[in-house]
Design a binder for this molecule. Structure first.
Ligand code: ARG
Length: 458
């Protein structure tokens, strides 16, 4: 057991206590960030004359050596150390002796871990953003090819009005664009450096916090040392953004599962992204979409867990905060993995355009337009609604679509119908006359696609 704080104690820590307390099993994930933070700290200490340049160089060389040995597998990060900070410091002292003991001057593990977690999260925020950006490109590509692919739009999972596949996917473009912008907001708000906060009250050494912040690519130092060590808002915001991304992916997955079902057959998931059944030879299951939908829960769980951990913590650092890591790491891995897999599934998925269009035609999705036709010929909307209700009932009894009725049949229900009704309720008219901003008409969609291209080009 290598601990940094033995001096005050007369007895060894109980083994179970040691294990309960240790975080090395999971905080080794930010080994690199810990080194990065220590390098910046030691450069600043030397610049301020707190360490000599010789000591600085010895420490930097020692840190490089530790990094190289860990990467080469010559040095193992083991549970012999309480946490990653102790691992680095103990190995540094082993390697370079007394100079190593000066690394922690003017620093506490409280601001050290606050920094490491923030550095790690910051790079994850950027990584998630790049994945979302790739997904947006995939979606936009499918949209460009499908401004004329007619499909039913649903409400209550009942066919409602015809739309296009471009229009449907455009809704997801909007969702994931908001997700991307949310990540950028989080980055901007979190990008301040807590190092130099000390244990909670800063330090008496003349630290240059602006300089360390600059070395670590932060906008500047955090402005209150109590908050600096105990703020995890940025992580809560990130987990909340991940939860929202998962919610969007889960809704999209649910649609893919429905579209892939035998009843719909709107899409064909690529073999590389489907799985079979051990007993039923005919099955090709949408497991990836189901898993994405299923994994949403654990990401929400991480958010709830951290919110709950933080809610009762008095200022400043308390050990409870060590619990900010495991579930958050899991949520990051889960979400990043889900975005990547979903993106790959979407990129390789085939859309059965004929089935989509046939489905739109067979579900009275043009009933609203038929009513609008009557309104345009002077019938009050409420009466038109009721007339078309009778038309639909007539069709249901005979298993036909409104378009299949003869003009005589239509006129028997309302004399207002003329030959031009067929044109007025064709799928093409229903979709392409809808040209207001955000509507599915081809020209409106093309404008949206232009805007999305501009957004992605920025
Ligand atoms: N493993 C600890 C954590 O993750 C590091 C900070 C420990 N600080 C302390 N005062 N015990 O929060």
């Amino acid at each position: 057991m290598a601990q940094l704080w033995g001096g005050r104690f007369t007895k060894a820590t109980d083994k179970l206590v040691y294990e309960f307390n240790a975080s090395i099993g999971f905080d080794q994930r930010f080994f690199k960030e810990d080194l990065q933070g220590s390098r910046a700290h030691v450069r600043m200490l030397a610049k301020q004359g707190i360490l000599t340049e010789v000591e600085r160089d010895e420490i930097l060389a020692g840190l490089d050596g530790i990094e190289a040995d860990v990467e080469a597998g010559k040095l193992e990060i083991t549970s012999e150390y309480e946490d990653i900070h102790s691992f680095v410091e103990a190995n540094l002292i082993d390697r370079i002796g007394d100079a190593g003991k000066k690394l922690h001057t003017g620093r506490s593990r409280n601001d050290q871990v606050a920094l490491d977690m923030r550095l790690y999260t910051r790079s994850q925020v950027l990584y998630t953003e790049s994945q979302i950006n790739h997904l947006l490109h995939t979606i936009l590509h499918i949209m460009e090819e499908n401004t004329e692919t007619i499909m039913p739009g649903f409400t209550h999972l009942q066919k409602a009005q015809p739309i296009t596949l471009a229009h449907h996917l455009g809704a997801y473009f909007e969702m994931f664009r908001r997700d991307e912008l949310r990540l950028q907001d989080i980055y901007n708000r979190m990008n301040y450096c807590p190092l130099g906060s000390g244990a909670l009250a800063g330090t008496t050494y003349p630290l240059d916090r602006d300089y360390t912040a600059e070395l670590l690519d932060f906008y500047g130092p955090t402005e209150n040392s109590m908050d600096g060590v105990s703020d995890r808002d940025y992580l809560i915001e990130y987990l909340s953004a991940l939860s929202t991304i998962m919610m969007h992916l889960s809704r999209f997955s649910e649609e893919v599962i429905i579209w892939n079902s035998n009843e719909y057959r709107f899409v064909e998931i690529d073999d590389a992204y489907s799985t079979g059944s051990s007993i039923m030879p005919q099955k090709k299951n949408p497991d990836i979409a189901e898993l994405v939908r299923g994994k949403t829960g654990r990401v929400y769980g991480a958010l709830m867990s951290l919110l709950t951990t933080m809610k009762g913590i008095p200022l400043a650092y308390n050990k409870d905060m060590q619990e900010d890591k495991e579930m958050a790491f899991d949520a990051m891995d889960t979400t990043n993995g889900c975005i990547q897999l979903f993106d790959g599934m979407l990129e390789t998925m085939e859309f059965n355009k004929d089935n989509m269009e046939a489905s739109a035609k067979n579900g009275f999705t043009n009933a609203t337009d038929a009513a609008d036709y009557l309104v345009n010929h002077g019938v009050p909307f409420r009466d038109a609604h009721s007339i078309i209700g009778q038309v639909v009932l007539y069709c249901i009894d005979r298993g036909i679509a409104i378009d299949d009725m003869t003009l005589e049949e239509l006129q028997a229900i309302s004399p207002v119908f003329e030959e031009d009704i067929y044109e007025a309720i064709s799928m093409d008219t229903c979709v392409n006359k809808r040209l207001t901003i955000g509507a599915p008409g081809k020209e409106a969609m093309e404008q949206a696609i232009e805007n999305y291209k501009e957004y992605l080009a920025e």
